[in-house]
Design a binder for this molecule. Structure first.
Ligand SMILES: [Zn+2]
Length: 64
């Protein structure tokens, strides 16, 4: 069993979009302590991009 909602103990990105006509919701908690939530497809997309570029593997990945 894994908790779907990220926590500081289990940092990560979580996006929910149950149906195509329902606005997405998303949240992330990063190991660096930053966290954010978003509602609406555009905002969630921006949140995913933000996490991908500046958090998560960006902290430990090659090239940053
Ligand atoms: Zn971070």
């Amino acid at each position: 069993m894994t908790d779907l909602v990220p926590t500081l103990d289990s940092p990560g990105l979580h996006v929910v979009k149950p149906f195509s006509h329902v606005a997405a919701t998303g949240s992330y908690i990063c190991g660096c302590g930053d966290a954010a939530t978003a509602n609406g497809d555009a905002d969630v997309w921006a949140l995913v991009q933000d996490y991908a570029y500046f958090h998560g593997q960006a902290h430990t990945g090659e090239g940053r």
